[in-house]
Design a protein around this ligand. Structure first.
Ligand code: IPD
Ligand code: CA
Ligand code: CA
Length: 272
């Protein structure tokens, strides 16, 4: 087996993300047929599927022995496991609801893990031409600009970003509402939502927002972006304050550890 080069994995991820981005751009001004998945706001379009197919084919051509976890090829309800084997984690379009409506926050996400650690991450918004990428130990970039997360440690001076869950059950919405209310009343400076968890985390990496918490995620929603935050000297963690857990369906991120812990302390956990 040939030696694994993370630089080669990053180049392949960028190539795949840009080619998938072209498919998104081609479809962007056409009417989209959205197929409902887990809830009335969880969709997949033919473009989600075409992008994933393109990315999976390219990865299999280069690394036939690697594992792949792709959102659209994972059947609903399947339990996801992350093993020590080299694994590619793909969200062909993060922000499908945005894509369907023409709201310009959509991203192709490709993460690559070895021994359960994310080593490479690419998050590409083809509409805004924002290519975020990172490789372990080499910093994080937006196009050619190196990223540095915010130095804010004080919740009352922070701008946050979060998402309402796709899960529209009353108890889930009540928890989400409690979290938004608690932070607004703390008070923080404000809370934004882009409709793409991956792009939310990239906003933390670039320092446009100071912190984020997001519940109800799948591994493909935050794997790629998590290394972009870390390599921008930011912090990603679980709501317990421990290491981020890609199977726990939730993440807290911030420019500083102090702010991330302050977020964890105030969060009401969403019911499973
Ligand atoms: C969704 C987005 C959204 C988040 C959902 C995700 P999708 O991904 O990241 O911001 O709140 O939990 O499922 O369905 O657009 O790939
Ligand atoms: Ca997603
Ligand atoms: Ca998706």
């Amino acid at each position: 087996m040939r030696q694994l080069s993370l630089s080669d994995c990053l180049s392949l991820s960028i190539q795949c993300a840009e080619e998938a981005g072209n498919l998104i751009l081609k479809a962007n001004d056409q009417a989209k047929i959205a197929q409902m998945k887990s809830s009335s706001s969880d969709f997949a379009t033919a473009t989600d599927k075409a992008c994933e197919e393109l990315i999976v084919t390219k990865i299999k051509n280069s690394y036939p022995e690697h594992h792949i976890i792709g959102e659209e090829s994972t059947a609903l309800g399947t339990e996801i496991t992350l093993t020590d084997s080299p694994t590619w984690i793909i969200d062909p379009i993060d922000g499908t609801t945005n894509f369907v409506h023409g709201f310009p926050f959509v991203a192709v996400c490709i993460g690559f893990s070895v021994k359960r650690e994310i080593k490479v991450g690419v998050v590409y918004n083809p509409i805004l031409k924002h290519l975020y990428f990172a490789k372990e130990g080499s910093g994080a970039y937006l196009n050619s600009t190196r990223l540095q997360a915010s130095s804010c440690t004080d919740l009352s001076r922070s701008l946050l970003v979060s998402e309402w869950s796709y899960d529209r059950r009353r108890d889930h919405l009540a928890c989400a509402q409690a979290n938004f209310t608690n932070f607004l009343m703390h008070p923080c400076h404000g809370i934004r939502s882009t409709g793409s968890s991956a792009l939310d985390l990239c906003l933390v990496a670039e320092g446009s927002v100071d912190g984020s918490w997001i519940f109800g995620l799948n591994i493909w929603d935050y794997a790629a972006a998590s290394i972009i935050v870390k390599e921008a000297n930011g912090v990603v963690m679980d709501v317990t304050g421990g290491p981020v857990d890609f199977l726990a369906k939730r993440v807290v991120a911030a420019g500083t550890r102090e702010l991330a812990l302050a977020l964890c302390e105030k969060l009401v956990e969403t019911p499973v």
